[in-house]
Design a protein around this ligand. Structure first.
Ligand SMILES: [Zn+2]
Length: 1035
C-alpha cells in the first residue's frame, strides 16, 4: 500500500519522499513537503472490565467463572496449567507439527476436556518439564536467529487468562495471533450492500482443513452482526452452531461438538449484517459531487492491514492464503468490480442484479481482497494476456489516458523483468473519490486516490511523475506482496521496501525522462534522518498489537527497505545478479509466504557461485538492528583508517549500542571521481579497518553516489579538503555526491561532531551550484533551521538567516523562469527555489506570483499557471484576504484534483488566525474539504508562524475525533503528530507534549511516533543550545 499520499508535509521531517508512492509530493517543495495517510482499522480498546488479570502468584481468574459452571476437575486443570505457564506451551506448539496448539491452550469446557483429577496429575508432571524447557526457548521477544535472547532474567511464566465473550461465555483463545489448527482453503462470499441506508448483509462460506486436532475454530470478525451460523464436517450434515465473539481482539470462535482430526475438512457458513464503514477502512462508503452538483455515493474496500474482518468473517492474517469466489448484489444503476473478471450477471426477482465473479485463480491473503460498488466508467487496453482498465467517475474519464498507457508499459516491463507473467486475466486501476492512502495494491483491482491516478491534459511532468511512481509501486506489489507475501507484518518491508525499490528502478528504465533519481536520493536522505533517532526500529521487527501493525507502515519499511536493496544491488556484479536472485525468490515462494531470511537465502544461493558474498550475513546486519553506521575516516600517510559506530542522535550512556554493520564502503578520490569505474569497494565488517592509498591523493569521497545507507565523517582535514575541492570546481564530484556531502554535514552538525561554522564553509560553494539535488537538499536543511528559529522568535537570527539564504541562492533564484518547463529536474529545482524565495518575501518572487494569479483569475482560468508553480502562486495569493476568498471559491469549484490540492495548500498557508481555525475545522468536518486531506492541511498550517500553535491546540482538543477517523498508529496519525511537534524546541513544549500523550493511555500514548516526537523536541532544544551562539557569530 502507499500510505502516503502525494502531497506534502513539512519538509523538515517529512521529506519529500515519503512520497513514496504516492507518497511523493507532487513537487519538490522545499518549504513544505508532505505525505499523509493510510486507511486502517479502528481497534476497540481493550476493555479492562472484560478481562481480569490477577497477580501472578494467585490462582487465576476470569471474572464470571461461577456463571460458567466450571467443575472442580476442570478448574484444577485450568488453574494449574495457567500457573505453570501454559502460554509458553501455546506459543511453542505452533512450531510443532504433531500436536494441536489449540487443544493445548484451550480452556476447559470449550476446547479441551480434562476428564479426571488423576489425568491432571500426570499431565501436570509433563507440563512442568515441558514448560521449563519452553520457557527457556520461547521467552517473549526472544528470537535466536535475529535479536538473540535477552539476557535479563525473564523466566517467570505468564499466565494465560481467557477472556469473556460478548455472550458471557469463556472465549477459547487468548492470543492476538490466531491458532494454527485450522486453515482456510476457499471463501465463497455473497454481499448485498445497500447504498441508501449504508448497510450491507453478507453470507460467507469458508472451506477449511484441519491441521491439528481441535474442537474450536477461531477466526476474525469485527462489527459484524452474525445472524446465523452452520457447521459441516466432511460430507456430513450442516448443523447450527453458536458463534462466540471477543470484541477487543476482533475474534470470533465456534465450538464444535466433535473433535476435529488432523486431515479432515469442514465448512463454516456465516450470515451477517453490518454498517458500511464511515472511516476509510473495511467496506466503507464514499461520496462525491458530480458535475451537476448532485451527491453520488459508492462503496469501496480498504483491507490492509487488518480490516478484511470488517467486511466478512475470515482468517485475517497474511499467511492464511485461500481462494475467493465473490458475488455482489446491487441496484441496476450501479456497477461492481472485484479482484477477478465478472463471470455473469443475473437479474433477481427483487429487481436487483447479482454479479458473480470468477473464482480467484491464485491463492491470496485476505488483505488483498477488494470490491467496489459505484457508477464508474473505464477505458481499457490489452497487454499480452491481460486486460488493463482504468476506472474513474464519469466526468473524469478524460484524465485516465496517462494512467492506462503508463500501467500498460510497466506491466510489460515487470512481466519481462521478473520472468513470471502477471497471473490474472485483468488488471483494474480505480480512482476512488475519497480514499485515504495513496493507493492499495489489491490483486487485480488496485485502488488509488484520484490525485495518484488521474492526470489532466495539461498536467506538468512532475504531476505525471507522481502518478507513474504510484502505479509502478502498486504494480510491483502484484509480485512483491501479492504473489509472494510476508508471513507476518513484522516483515512488511518485504512488500513495501521491494515495491518502493522497484518503483524507482522501473521508472528509471521505462521512463527515463521522469528523472526519478533525484527523488529516490532525497528519499534515502529522509530515511537516514528518521533512522538516526533512538525511537526508530529494525527493518524487521516484532509486532504484537494492532497499533504496532499500523506503525510498520513507516519510512523504515518503505524507504530504508528500498535503500538497503539499492545498496545490495550496487555491491553485486551489476543488475543481473540481483535480478536473478529476486527471480529465484519469486519462484521459490510463488503463491506462498516467507520472511526476511527466505529472501537473503534466495539471493545468497544465486550469489555464492560468483562472488562468494554471503548476502545473508551482510544483509542481516541491516535488517535485524535499528539505525545505521557512521563511518569516520582518518588518514595517516598512506594509511586510511575507517571506523564504524552507530549514528545515534540521542546518545548517552543509556542508549550506547555496540551494533556493527557489514558495510560495503565505496570510495572515489581526486584522481578519478566521476565515472562508475572510479569506484572502489572496501568491506568494513568490524569496528575499524584500514586501506592503503597513495599519499598524493588529496581527498577521498566515500559512499559513491550515496548508494550506501550510512553517513561519513571525514574529520576536520578531510572536510576541509573536500570543501576546497568543491570551491575550485563543483564538477569534481557527481551531483549525488555533492548532495550527500551536504546531507551528511548537516547530520553531523545535529550529532555535534562538526561545528555549524564547518557547515557554512561547505555551503559557500553553493553560489556555483546549479544541479537540483544539492540545491534542494541545502534549501531543505536551511529551511528546517529557519523554521526552528522562527518558532523560537529569534527575530534577529531569522532575518540574518533570510539574508544568508538569499545571498547564496539569489542568482539561481533570479534565473528561474515562470513559463511552462518540460524537464522534471528543472521543475523540481525552480519550484524549490521559488517557494523558498516567496516564503522569504523576496519581492521579485511575490510580485511575479501575484501577477500570475491575477492574470489567471481575470482570464477565468484560461491563462494557465504551470503545474509546478501552482503551489507557490496560490500560497502567495492566499496571504491577501481578498485573494484567499477568491482561492476558496476556486477550490470549491475545481474538478482536477492535483490542482485542487495545491489550492488547498495555498489556503492553509494563510497567516490569518480565523481562517486557519476555520480550515482545520472544515478538514475535520469533511464537507467542503474532505477529511482525507486533513493531515495535509495540518502539516501545511504548521509551517506558518501563526498556525503551528493553533494546530497543537486543535489536536489536543480533537484527539478522539482524529483517532476515530485515522486509527492509532496509522500513517495519518504519525504525520499529524510529527507536523504538530517537530518545530518545538523548548522545555515548556516538551513538557506539554509529554503531558498530553501520556494522559492518552490506550488512546495513543504507546505510539512510536510519540517517542519520536519527544526525542525530536529534545534534539531541537539541544541543537539550539549548542548552536545559537555560533549562528550569532557566523551568520
Ligand atoms: Zn506499497
Amino acid at each position: 500500500m502507499d500510505p502516503f499520499d502525494s502531497n506534502s508535509t513539512e519538509r523538515a521531517n517529512l521529506p519529500r519522499n515519503m512520497i513514496e508512492n504516492s507518497m511523493f509530493e507532487e513537487e519538490p517543495d522545499v518549504v513544505d513537503l508532505a505525505k499523509d495517510s493510510t486507511a486502517f482499522p479502528t481497534f476497540p480498546a481493550l476493555d479492562p472490565d472484560e478481562v481480569v488479570y490477577e497477580p501472578r502468584s494467585s490462582r487465576l481468574l476470569v471474572r464470571g467463572l461461577g456463571e460458567n459452571d466450571m467443575d472442580e476437575d476442570e478448574e484444577d486443570c485450568e488453574s494449574s496449567a495457567r500457573l505453570l505457564g501454559m502460554s509458553f506451551m501455546n506459543r511453542s506448539s505452533a512450531h510443532r507439527s504433531n500436536s494441536s496448539p489449540y487443544t493445548r491452550q484451550a480452556p476447559p469446557r470449550s476446547c479441551s476436556r480434562p476428564s479426571a483429577r488423576t489425568m491432571v496429575v500426570c499431565v501436570l508432571f509433563l507440563v512442568i518439564v515441558a514448560s521449563m524447557t519452553m520457557v527457556l526457548y520461547f521467552l517473549p521477544g526472544c528470537n535466536f536467529t535475529r535479536a538473540g535472547c535477552p539476557k535479563t532474567n525473564k523466566t517467570t511464566p505468564i499466565e494465560t487468562v481467557y477472556p469473556i465473550s460478548t455472550n458471557g461465555k469463556l472465549f477459547p483463545w487468548a492470543q492476538f495471533r490466531l491458532p494454527q489448527s485450522i486453515h482456510p482453503l476457499s471463501y465463497d462470499l455473497t454481499l448485498t450492500p445497500n447504498l441508501d441506508d449504508m448497510t450491507f448483509t453478507g453470507r460467507t462460506v469458508i472451506n477449511m482443513s484441519v491441521h491439528h486436532n481441535t474442537n474450536c475454530i477461531v477466526l476474525h470478525g469485527a462489527n459484524l452482526n452474525i445472524t446465523k451460523a452452520t457447521f459441516k464436517l466432511g460430507d456430513g450434515k450442516a448443523s447450527d452452531v453458536t458463534v462466540l465473539e471477543y470484541k477487543p481482539r476482533q475474534q470470533i470462535a465456534v465450538k464444535v461438538s466433535d473433535d476435529l482430526k488432523t486431515g479432515q475438512y469442514c465448512v463454516l457458513t456465516l450470515h451477517y449484517s453490518a454498517n458500511l464503514s464511515h472511516t476509510y477502512d473495511g467496506f466503507y462508503n464514499s461520496s462525491y459531487t458530480d458535475k451537476d452538483g448532485k451527491k453520488r455515493v459508492l462503496a469501496a474496500t480498504q483491507f490492509e492491514p487488518l480490516s478484511a474482518r470488517k467486511a466478512f468473517p475470515c482468517f485475517d492474517e497474511p499467511a492464511f492464503k485461500a481462494t475467493f469466489q465473490i458475488q455482489i448484489i446491487r441496484k441496476p444503476n450501479y456497477m461492481t468490480l472485484s479482484n477477478m473478471p465478472k463471470a455473469k450477471s443475473t437479474t433477481l426477482t427483487s429487481g436487483l442484479v447479482q454479479d458473480e465473479f470468477e473464482k480467484t485463480s491464485v491463492k491470496m491473503s485476505t488483505y488483498l481482497v477488494a470490491f467496489i460498488v459505484a457508477d464508474f466508467t473505464p477505458i481499457s487496453k490489452n497487454v499480452s494476456k491481460t486486460l488493463v482498465s482504468v476506472y474513474s467517475v464519469p466526468e473524469k474519464k478524460e484524465h485516465t489516458d496517462y494512467a492506462l498507457s503508463t500501467a500498460s508499459k510497466l506491466l510489460e516491463f515487470y512481466n519481462n523483468f521478473f520472468e513470471i507473467d502477471y497471473p490474472l486475466k485483468k488488471l483494474d486501476l480505480v480512482a476512488i473519490p475519497d480514499f485515504l492512502a495513496g493507493a492499495m495494491e489489491n490483486w487485480g483491482l488496485i485502488t488509488f486516490r484520484e490525485t495518484s491516478l488521474l492526470v489532466g491534459k495539461q498536467s506538468s511532468p512532475l504531476e505525471k511523475q507522481v502518478v507513474a511512481s504510484v502505479i509502478a509501486h502498486e504494480l510491483a506489489h502484484q509480485w512483491f506482496g501479492n504473489l509472494v507475501t510476508m508471513s507476518w507484518w513484522n516483515d512488511l518491508w518485504l512488500n513495501e521496501g521491494f515495491a518502493t525499490y522497484m518503483q524507482y528502478m522501473s521508472l528509471q528504465t521505462v521512463f527515463p525522462k521522469l528523472d526519478i533519481g533525484n527523488l529516490f536520493l532525497a528519499v534515502r536522505f529522509r530515511a537516514l534522518d528518521k533512522d538516526a533517532l533512538n525511537s526508530s526500529h529494525a527493518v524487521s521487527t516484532e509486532v504484537n498489537t494492532p497499533e504496532q501493525v499500523e506503525e510498520m507502515f513507516d519510512s523504515v519499511s518503505y524507504e530504508k527497505g528500498a535503500s538497503i536493496l539499492l545498496m545490495l544491488n550496487a555491491c553485486l556484479l551489476g543488475e543481473q545478479q540481483f535480478r536473478k536472485g529476486i527471480i529465484q525468490y519469486l519462484d521459490q515462494f510463488n503463491e506462498s509466504n516467507t520472511d526476511t531470511d527466505g529472501l537473503w537465502n534466495s539471493l545468497t544461493q544465486v550469489e555464492v557461485s560468483t562472488q562468494h558474498l554471503n548476502v545473508s550475513e551482510m544483509m542481516n546486519s541491516w535488517t535485524s538492528q535499528k539505525g545505521f553506521p557512521l563511518v569516520t575516516v582518518s588518514r595517516k600517510g598512506d594509511q586510511v583508517t575507517l571506523t564504524q559506530e552507530h549514528f545515534l542522535l540521542t546518545s548517552d550512556n543509556t542508549t550506547h549500542t555496540s551494533s556493527l554493520w557489514n558495510i560495503p564502503v565505496t570510495y572515489v578520490n581526486d584522481s578519478c571521481s566521476l565515472a562508475p569505474e572510479c569506484r572502489q569497494v572496501f568491506t568494513l565488517k568490524t569496528k575499524s579497518g584500514t586501506l592503503k592509498l597513495p599519499e598524493s591523493v588529496k581527498w577521498l569521497k566515500l559512499n559513491y553516489r550515496n548508494t550506501g545507507f550510512y553517513i561519513v565523517h571525514y574529520g576536520d582535514e578531510g572536510w576541509d579538503a573536500l570543501t576546497a575541492a568543491l570551491h575550485s570546481n563543483v564538477s569534481v564530484l557527481t551531483h549525488e555526491d555533492r548532495a550527500s556531502l551536504i546531507h551528511n554535514i548537516f547530520a553531523l552538525s545535529r550529532l555535534g561532531r562538526v561545528s555549524f561554522h564547518q557547515v557554512l564553509s561547505l555551503l559557500n560553494y553553493m553560489s556555483n551550484e546549479t544541479e537540483t539535488s544539492p540545491v534542494t537538499e541545502a534549501l531543505l536543511q536551511l529551511s528546517n533551521i529557519y523554521r526552528l528559529l522562527d518558532k523560537r522568535q529569534e527575530h534577529g537570527l531569522v532575518s540574518r538567516m533570510k539574508d544568508y539564504i538569499l545571498d547564496h541562492f539569489r542568482s539561481l533564484m533570479d534565473k528561474q523562469t515562470w513559463e511552462e518547463e518540460e524537464s522534471v529536474s528543472k521543475q523540481e529545482l525552480r519550484s524549490a527555489l521559488l517557494e523558498m524565495a516567496c516564503s522569504l518575501n523576496e519581492e521579485n518572487c511575490t510580485q511575479k506570483a501575484k501577477a500570475l494569479f491575477k492574470e489567471h483569475v481575470k482570464s477565468n482560468g484560461t491563462i494557465r499557471i504551470p503545474g509546478d508553480l501552482q503551489r507557490v502562486v496560490f500560497t502567495v495569493a492566499a496571504q491577501s484576504d481578498e485573494d484567499w476568498d477568491t482561492l476558496l471559491h476556486m477550490y470549491a469549484h475545481a474538478t482536477y484534483d492535483a490542482e485542487k490540492r495545491k489550492m488547498l495548500q495555498g489556503l492553509a498557508s494563510t497567516q490569518n488566525a480565523r481562517r486557519l481555525v476555520w480550515i482545520l475545522k472544515a478538514g475535520l468536518n469533511g464537507d467542503l474539504i474532505q477529511t482525507q486531506e486533513l493531515p495535509l492541511v495540518i502539516s501545511r498550517v504548521c509551517n506558518g508562524f501563526t498556525g503551528y500553535l493553533f494546530v497543537w491546540d486543535f489536536i489536543q482538543e480533537n484527539w478522539d475525533q482524529l483517532i476515530e477517523k485515522f486509527p492509532v498508529g496509522s500513517f495519518a496519525i504519525q504525520t499529524i503528530i510529527k507536523s504538530a511537534t517537530s518545530q518545538f524546541s523548548t522545555q515548556a513544549h516538551l513538557d506539554q507534549v509529554q503531558g498530553f500523550f501520556s494522559g492518552l493511555k490506550e488512546r495513543g500514548s504507546q505510539m512510536r511516533s510519540v517517542q519520536e516526537a519527544l526525542e525530536t523536541i529534545r534534539l531541537n532544544r539541544r541543537w539550539m543550545d549548542q548552536n545559537l551562539s555560533t549562528l550569532r557569530k557566523w551568520l
